[in-house]
Design a protein around this ligand. Structure first.
Ligand SMILES: [Fe+2]
Length: 296
């Protein structure tokens, strides 16, 4: 397997050479993880105080920040401390946005910036239900946040100050994974997806695409044999490195690590160089019907 591709680059703001741009978009859309070993998100001296797990409210896995509104969720501390933490997350949001615009100029006009997230908790040994257990191989799909076929593009930076890597495993290709698990996904109950959006359980309408993606996510995590026996490649992302992938396409699991910054972007299928490789196109070819009302 060759799921992780190392690329040069150590600046969030400098222009990226065209040959690197070209390699990056090809590998990204094929479903590989782009790894930038020298692209560090360096904390300012006053931000180092946030390198403690206690900043997560009630043991929450994520502290979330919305760049557009400046809202922050899941953090403890005084208002002044939350404002300082928000400033750090905004810095990360701005850095990743600029970097992606330099790396993928053809995406720039279509990129939608979603939540910024800070994960100060150690992943290993954290109890959770099978659905929320990200130490099992999965593609990202969220019950309350349907994407309607838009891609999930995520930037991750390990900011661990103690030399601890973030340890991932990456599984087989999306088509193989989907072909294996689509037959186990039951058809949606008529009217149920409309009801979910009407009652506010989902933020927006859960398309058939979202239904299948959630089904793949759950069925894959439930299959313990598959989790143990399927082809997978382990990789340790060291501190002061950054990596990027489509987490709706790359089958991934996180075994251990602490202190991570993550920025999510969404992208319509039409903005891709190879839309036929997107999970939406792959699932439509397997199921044999359109899975989203709007053509993306
Ligand atoms: Fe994930």
């Amino acid at each position: 397997m060759n799921s992780i591709v190392e690329l040069p680059g150590d600046s969030w703001t400098q222009a990226v050479p065209p040959d690197v741009q070209n390699r990056a978009i090809e590998d990204l859309e094929q479903g590989r993880v782009l790894f930038f070993p020298r692209l560090a998100f360096t904390l300012l001296p006053e931000e180092e105080a946030f390198l403690k797990p206690e900043w997560g409210a009630g043991g929450a896995k994520n502290i979330s920040f919305e760049r557009e509104t400046g809202k922050i969720w899941g953090a403890t501390g005084s208002e002044a401390e939350k404002t300082a933490l928000s400033r750090m997350l905004r810095r990360y949001a701005d850095s990743t946005r600029e970097f992606l615009q330099n790396l993928f100029p053809t995406y720039a006009a279509s990129l939608l910036q979603a939540r910024t997230s800070y994960r100060p908790i150690e992943i290993a040994g954290r109890p959770s239900s099978y659905r929320k257990d990200d130490t099992r191989l999965h593609v990202d799909a969220f019950p309350s946040r349907p994407t309607g076929g838009r891609r999930i593009l995520r930037v991750f930076s390990n900011i661990n100050p103690e030399g601890k890597p973030r340890c991932w495993r990456v599984g087989e290709g999306f088509r193989e994974y989907a072909q294996r698990f689509v037959p186990r996904v039951s058809a949606p109950i008529p009217g149920s997806r409309f009801l979910l959006s009407l009652t506010g359980i989902t933020k927006g309408y859960r398309s058939l695409y979202d239904h299948y993606m959630l089904g793949l996510h759950d069925q894959g995590k439930l299959d313990i044999e598959y989790q143990k026996q399927s082809p997978q490649e382990a990789f340790a992302f060291p501190p002061n490195s950054t990596w990027i992938c489509f987490t709706d396409q790359v089958l991934h699991a996180v075994d251990s690590g602490q202190y991570l910054l993550e920025q999510t972007f969404h992208l319509p299928r039409a903005a891709l160089r190879h839309p036929e490789l997107s999970p939406l196109s792959v699932l439509e070819s397997i199921v044999g019907r359109p899975l989203c009302a709007s053509s993306l």
